[in-house]
Design a protein around this ligand. Structure first.
Ligand SMILES: NC(=O)C1=CN([C@@H]2O[C@H](COP(=O)(O)OP(=O)(O)OC[C@H]3O[C@@H](n4cnc5c(N)ncnc54)[C@H](O)[C@@H]3O)[C@@H](O)[C@H]2O)C=CC1
Ligand SMILES: Nc1nc(=O)c2c([nH]1)NC[C@@H]1CN(c3ccc(C(=O)N[C@@H](CCC(=O)O)C(=O)O)cc3)CN21
Length: 286
């Protein structure tokens, strides 16, 4: 089923994101992760492709296939185009079709200073238009409540997002954010720009200090003082930071649901216990 159809239901949809681990040995743990995540019955699970700028040939197609075939949950495979030419994209599309994966998150991909980008696709919107011309995939895109780090200003970023939607994206997933007002402001601006597809709010529960630093450098999310206060107080107390990170994420989600958000996309970072705790905290609100 195409993901955009999930939004025809009246309640907010819930989805999880996982990434293919770099180490072969961690792939076994991923099965345990999927076992737990699937019991929570999310509307779909997305699988990243070379997240954070790496472009090794990872297991995205295989994992997305397993999510559908073994766990009977809709899968959304991420696909990046900066480091692929058209022939390589064709092969990946064939593999996805053969695997029965119907939904693609079409992305440009993070720039990696050690890799020269290929020239067939420049922006995610180029990939969206190309996939649209090639088959019958459901297409999703990424959006940036605080503006994309490379874009000169937020107005231009929203106009670029409109191009991506017009190219054929039926659903958007937001970059993570820690201040809900930033997201509400973005929703309003997207609407003013004529963007009418559903926008899921991307939430990352932050449970360790290294992760916060990595994410801030990767996506430039601003940190409200309420957030930094908690992180500073508990940075050296692992258990307390875990609890505080979960509480902060639940607090964000409760507020988003009260504001009638269309969906919550949880960046699980392959930690199923975090997803489980958060799901427990919000399930009665759905
Ligand atoms: N690997 C993964 O699974 C994930 C990666 N990301 C990363 O997020 C970042 C951006 O990806 P996307 O949103 O797919 O890229 P995008 O191509 O939509 O946007 C990238 C930049 O180009 C600008 N832009 C977009 N379309 C344009 C156009 N037609 N004309 C002029 N400028 C345009 C945007 O304003 C933005 O600054 C990447 O760094 C991506 O890899 C995000 C989520 C998951
Ligand atoms: N710019 C950007 N790039 C992304 O890839 C991305 C976003 N933003 N925003 C949302 C999510 C978050 N994602 C992430 C972020 C970090 C890792 C990460 O820390 N990966 C480890 C791999 C560890 C392992 O293999 O076990 C790494 O070291 O890169 C993974 C996915 C993917 N997404």
């Amino acid at each position: 089923m195409k993901i955009e159809h999930f939004f025809e239901q009246k309640k907010p949809i819930i989805s999880f994101e996982i990434f293919p681990p770099k180490k072969e040995s961690a792939l076994r743990n991923l099965d345990e992760t999927l076992e737990i995540l699937s019991q929570l019955k999310p509307d779909f699970i997305s699988v990243t492709f070379g997240a954070g700028g790496s472009c090794v040939n990872n297991q995205t197609v295989e994992i997305a296939k397993k999510i559908k075939a073994k766990y009977h949950i809709e899968a959304l495979a991420h696909l990046t185009c900066l480091n692929h030419n058209q022939d390589e994209i064709n092969i990946l599309l064939q593999e996805l079709e053969k695997a029965g994966v119907e939904n693609i998150l079409a992305l440009r991909g993070d720039k990696n200073p050690n890799v020269t980008p290929k020239k067939d696709f420049t922006y995610a919107s180029d990939l969206v238009a190309y996939i649209k011309s090639q088959g019958n995939f459901g297409l999703s895109g990424a959006c940036y409540p605080e503006g994309h780090t490379e874009c000169e200003n937020e107005v231009q970023d929203i106009l670029n997002l409109k191009k991506k939607v017009d190219a054929g994206v039926g659903h958007l997933i937001s970059q993570l954010f820690f201040d809900n007002d930033v997201f509400y402001n973005f929703q309003k601006n997207a609407q003013l720009a004529g963007i009418e597809v559903p926008i899921e709010a991307g939430i990352m529960p932050v449970i360790n200090k290294a992760q916060i630093e990595k994410m801030v450098s990767l996506c430039g999310a601003s940190l409200p003082s309420k957030f930094t206060k908690i992180m500073q107080k508990y940075e050296d107390n692992k258990e307390a930071l875990f609890e505080a990170g979960i509480a902060y994420a639940i607090d964000q989600i409760v507020d988003l649901i009260a504001h009638d958000v269309e969906g919550i996309h949880l960046y699980t970072m392959n930690n199923p216990l975090v997803a489980q705790r958060i799901y427990e905290g919000i399930k009665k609100l759905l």
